[in-house]
Design a protein around this ligand. Sequence first.
Ligand SMILES: [Zn+2]
Ligand SMILES: [Zn+2]
Ligand SMILES: [Zn+2]
Length: 130
Amino acid sequence: MSDSAVVESKHAAPLAECASCNHMLPPGLGEIKCEICGAICRVSHQPTVDALISEKIPCPHCNMIVVAGTDERPVGLTCSECSGVFTLAAKVVKVEIECPACERKLRIRPRPGTRQLDCPACSSAFNVTF
Ligand SMILES: [Zn+2]
Ligand SMILES: [Zn+2]
Ligand SMILES: [Zn+2]
């Protein structure tokens, strides 16, 4: 990886829930497989798709505005001004949760299922389920 630039997309679909077990689905659009029960769920969110296709990203090489033109992420784009290439990556979805002991807010990347978190402020451990 020499001079390949990566820009994070500004848009992501809202987190969806599995229709059969109500756990969180992995982020994304289209046919998403539930990691908990294995059900295939169709996730669609037209406003996000529209926003992704028309997303304007400043070229990391010359700052010229480049339009994504697709809802695929990651996607390789080429700047028409400087011919520089870069990757437009999927937005990293984070959720805010509150420590039940000290109410400190933690920002985490949600993953389906239950896992244990340790609060950095009061070191108490608690479980979160998505
Ligand atoms: Zn499920
Ligand atoms: Zn450029
Ligand atoms: Zn805490």
